[in-house]
Design a protein around this ligand. Structure first.
Ligand code: HCI
Length: 394
């Protein structure tokens, strides 16, 4: 049996991580994998997370199983953080999942189970794991235009033109905020138009929200998701706590399903629980427990929000500095988009050869499509990157 297996393609982002580790150059710069780093290059354990861990350590009396959906207090607290008051809680169901990837995978399982014919529409480009999971599950998939490579802005007309092809019951995967890999995001007005369109088509949005708090702030970053939640009869939300709580390896994610009415909710919740049971029984609890401990404690919440806000504004400052350095060095405004983009990532718009030259000649690592992790920079490395970008002829 095992001799029948053929090699699988490696994840390009994780491969880049390995290449960076093996590069002996001391001045190398890692702009690859989407992990926040502070100006010292450290991915810190957030203060509120440390405090919550201490609290859990002191008060937790058992490690017995939670429930198939995880602790309901986690879903309630995180659900409120994401959805606010946009939808009646009687219509929502949720399961804790192993990270945001787990939530995406379970969302796809639910879609395939309920509507095997439904096409899942993904932005072009999107996070490579979306494509990989959908292909692996052999689900019908289509792409919609999202990014204009020339302007490095959202090509909204192209997006809406492609979404004309959506059929009733299809699922449209949208990034809630901080689009990965481009950094280009929909305006509130555009979210409204997307909602009108999906409503008219009878389509179901699946929102992947993995960077809430990294763009324009916790509330602003949830605005598109909330707008859709307030208007759509049905919707799925796959959320991750990896980045905004900095608990990557704890694998804390959540899949929320919004049903048309309260009557449908128990069956939806039952199906979500069933899917957890089929795949891993009980979801991991430690990360989820930290999140709910923080969100159910005013002091911890305030401290978490303050630290998250420092991270967000730090990334914004790096964006502004980089755009400014490039403006001076290139004598043009063609890199101003870097200050307009939001979240951890921006797609620079370099060719694969230029990306390769940046790695070979300057020890600067970005993903092959020229996605840069802004959090991999600091005030000292920004001018180095700017000069290298100009030298590479981008
Ligand atoms: C990212 O870099 O896009 C997010 C982090 C990640 C990358 C590859 C697999 C899982 C998570």
């Amino acid at each position: 049996m095992l001799d029948k297996l053929s090699p699988q393609p490696a994840d390009k982002i994780l491969m880049l991580m390995q290449m960076f580790r093996e590069d002996p150059r001391e001045d190398k710069i890692d702009l690859g994998v989407g992990v926040y780093r502070n100006p010292e290059g450290v991915t810190p354990v957030m203060r509120a997370v440390k405090a919550a861990e201490q609290q859990v350590w002191e008060t937790q009396t058992t490690k017995a199983y939670t429930g198939l959906a995880g602790d309901p207090a986690y879903a309630e607290a995180l659900g409120k953080l994401i959805l606010g008051t946009s939808v009646e809680s009687e219509r929502t169901s949720a399961i804790a999942t192993p990270g945001g990837t787990g939530a995406i995978r379970q969302a796809m399982e639910l879609i395939r189970m309920a509507a095997p014919e439904a096409t899942v529409w993904v932005s072009q480009p999107t996070w490579p794991n979306h494509l990989s999971i959908i292909k692996f599950m052999k689900m019908p998939m289509a792409e919609y235009t999202y990014f204009d490579n020339a302007t490095r802005q959202v090509d909204f007309d192209g997006m809406m033109a492609d979404l004309e092809g959506v059929k009733a019951g299809d699922v449209v995967l949208l990034h809630g905020c901080c689009h990965n890999p481009t950094g280009a995001n929909l305006t509130e007005e555009q979210w409204g138009k997307v909602a009108d369109h999906l409503l008219a088509k009878g389509a179901i949005p699946l929102i992947d929200i993995a960077y809430q708090g990294f763009g324009d702030g916790l509330e602003a970053d949830a605005a598109g998701t909330r707008l859709l939640a307030s208007r759509m009869p049905q919707m799925l939300v796959a959320a991750s706590c990896s980045k905004n709580f900095g608990i990557y390896r704890e694998r804390a994610g959540l899949l929320i399903a919004i049903s048309p009415d309260a009557k449908a909710q128990p069956t939806v919740q039952g199906n979500l629980n069933y899917l957890n049971r089929q795949n891993y029984s009980f979801p991991p609890d430690h990360g989820a427990r930290l999140v709910m401990t923080i969100l159910n404690d005013d002091k911890l919440t305030a401290d978490w929000k303050a630290e998250l806000e420092d991270m967000r504004t730090g990334m914004l400052a790096l964006r502004k500095q980089l755009a400014e350095e490039l403006r001076q060095r290139s004598n043009s405004d063609r890199f101003d988009f870097l200050a307009e983009h939001r979240g951890m990532f921006s797609r620079l718009g370099a060719t694969p050869e230029q990306v390769e030259a940046l790695r070979r000649d300057h020890g600067i690592y970005m993903v092959g499509d020229s996605r840069m992790n802004i959090a991999g920079l600091n005030a000292k490395t920004v001018p180095i990157l700017a000069q290298a970008i100009v030298d590479a002829g981008v």
